[in-house]
Design a protein around this ligand. Structure first.
Ligand SMILES: Nc1ncnc2c1ncn2[C@@H]1O[C@H](COP(=O)(O)OP(=O)(O)OP(=O)(O)O)[C@@H](O)[C@H]1O
Ligand SMILES: Cc1ncc(COP(=O)(O)O)c(N)n1
Length: 277
């Protein structure tokens, strides 16, 4: 049977992040993607040029329409923008019986544009985190949610513990932004003490727009395929590593990653991600 996932996120007109990255990634991994749009952004590789949020009721109506007609195996959230949208998304997820939930707590785009209002951070912490199967913050997002600075791999572990204490079942702290690290290291932790460090060569490229969205969409797709969470995180790391490695060179700024690289390279990629648990 065809598996279905729902992404609740913003539109990136440049096609590298947001809803577009999620649907491309789902498609590459054999999952049928549905969507609930939270906002339209006018965006390209040079930055975010405008943001138009939808009303919370429009977000909820899209969710309800999808849930009413499809057997949704997992939900992914990305840009949620405001406290009002977050409250409606949380209510919609409760109405759907709390499906498997991957939360990418998108806050600020690479160029500095706010994709989550500051007033909404508390709602993210209190209303969305406790519903999540896994949350995938980058370093700046983990710092805000966990209330601490992250300067080292030890700090990433402490932040992971704090996020689990806030109610998520598990967390991937993504280390793409950790300065001084030779490799791109991410940490998976769950509430039962499982811990997996994943690392891959840090690729020297400016084309990393949408890496966070793509990683968490791949994680969602592996969960939908029935993989356990640890294996899903490893699969997502392989997917994003392939997508960054095989860049497309599009646009004049921070270009998108190559969403079809993983599928094309297949098992040839397997050695590149190191796992330490
Ligand atoms: N230059 C790089 N080379 C290899 N892997 C990378 C690189 N940059 C990021 N990654 C990996 O990509 C994934 C996304 O990480 P990152 O920390 O960049 O997330 P993000 O900040 O949410 O993404 P974005 O910058 O798109 O918002 C992680 O697995 C990270 O280790
Ligand atoms: C609609 C939308 N959602 C998420 C991101 C984050 O992606 P990035 O941090 O790679 O710019 C984005 N730029 N736009």
């Amino acid at each position: 049977m065809t598996s279905v996932a729902l992404t609740i996120a913003g539109s990136d007109s440049g096609g590298g992040a947001g809803i577009q990255a999620d649907l491309k990634t789902f498609q590459e991994l054999g999952v049928f993607g549905t969507s609930a749009l939270t906002a339209v952004t006018a965006q390209n590789t040079l930055g975010v040029h405008g943001v138009w949020p939808l009303g919370p009721e429009a977000v909820r109506a899209q969710m309800d329409a999808v849930f009413a007609d499809f057997d949704v195996a997992a939900v992914k959230t990305g840009m949620l923008f405001s406290g009002d949208i977050i409250a409606e998304v949380a209510a919609g997820l409760a109405g759907a019986g709390h499906p498997v939930l991957v939360v990418d707590p998108v806050m600020i785009a690479k160029g500095g544009a706010h994709l989550l209002r500051e007033e909404a951070v508390e709602a993210m912490r209190e209303k969305i985190l406790p519903l999540s199967t896994v949350i995938t913050p980058n370093i700046p997002e983990a710092e805000v949610l966990a209330g601490m600075m992250i300067r080292s791999l030890e700090d990433m572990e402490e932040a992971g513990r704090r996020l689990i204490a806030l109610g998520t079942q598990s967390v991937v702290v993504k280390g793409g932004h950790l300065e001084g690290e030779e490799r791109a290291c991410d940490l998976f932790m769950d509430g039962r003490g499982e811990r997996i460090w994943l690392s891959a060569e840090r690729i020297r490229t400016k084309d990393t727009h949408g890496t966070g969205c793509t990683f968490s969409a791949a994680l969602t797709a592996f969960l939908v395929a029935g993989e356990p969470i640890g294996k899903s995180v490893v699969g997502a790391k392989r997917f994003i590593h392939a997508a960054i490695s095989d860049g497309l060179g599009l646009g004049a700024g921070h270009g998108p990653t190559n969403h079809w690289a993983y599928h094309r390279a297949g098992s040839a990629l397997k050695g590149e991600v190191l796992i330490d648990s």
